[in-house]
Design a protein around this ligand. Sequence first.
Ligand SMILES: [Cu+2]
Length: 154
Amino acid sequence: MRRPLFLSALLAAAAPLLAAPPPPVSPGWDRTKPHASAAWVRLNPVPGRPSAGYLTLTGGGQPDRLTGATAPGVRIELHSMSMAGGVMKMEKLDALPLPAGATAAFAPGGKHLMIFGLTAGAKSLPITLVFASGAKVTVPAEVRAAGGDQASHH
Ligand SMILES: [Cu+2]
């Protein structure tokens, strides 16, 4: 029964680290600031229609609020999506609260960045997330062609 003992010792040693949420990414990340990772954009196949952006946000050392996002040459809105009475409903968000250390996912079927004016051809879009605290976080988003697996919700 050496293994459980070893494991307990390891967990005890790791306890101070476990008090904080597990780091999702990036060595060298300044944990006092909000962090964005795994960003990508699903390019709308229909020219002129908005594309959807997805990413994972992790809060910094203080509670904060995501108030907007920008990227060169496009306009971005924060959107939420939910089912209401069997109907998919989308709403524009003015802000998204981000508690210290908390994780918020922008993912297909849920919250997303609605990106207006993105043209086909871009392989990557540097998205800057703007917070109420004044923090700005820029993350490169991989632009992917829309697959045939979903209809645009617009
Ligand atoms: Cu939307």
